[in-house]
Ligand binder design. Sequence first.
Ligand code: 6IA
Length: 139
Amino acid sequence: MEIYFAGSIRGGRDDAALYRRLIDELGRYGTVLTEHIADPDLAEHDTSDQEIYAQDIDWLERADIVVAEVTTPSLGVGYEIARAETLGKPILCLFRPAAGRRLSAMVAGAPGPAVVAYETVEEAAAAIGNAIAAIDRAG
Ligand code: 6IA
């Protein structure tokens, strides 16, 4: 299974350590195409925005499931969710209400993504397991 994990980069890196834990969890089920999302040293480098976009769209098209941590608002993550929805991909959005934010209505109200509220990594892991089991059943 190929898994596309989406998390905020330029939207803010407050949750980068959490992304690491979620990516590790996802790694139990297959290949995470977007491992770098958790890189604490992710710095601006030579890759152009056009190259980043092209690579990410390619990965999105390949992915069997898109898992997005949506607590830190990110234009890029929102864009990826919308694109994944158009592609008909299964989408799991993980959101932490305890962080004091409200999820955008354009994600919360969209028909494609399953939005799961969670507090602990264990709860997120259970939601991931359920989403992947649903794909296995459908497949
Ligand atoms: O708007 P944001 O930057 O928060 O968007 C984050 C989302 O867009 C992530 O889920 C990524 O899949 C994608 N994305 C944004 N920037 C990059 C990137 N930059 N590399 C790969 N995917 C990205 C490379 C590092 C950069 C800081 C030079």
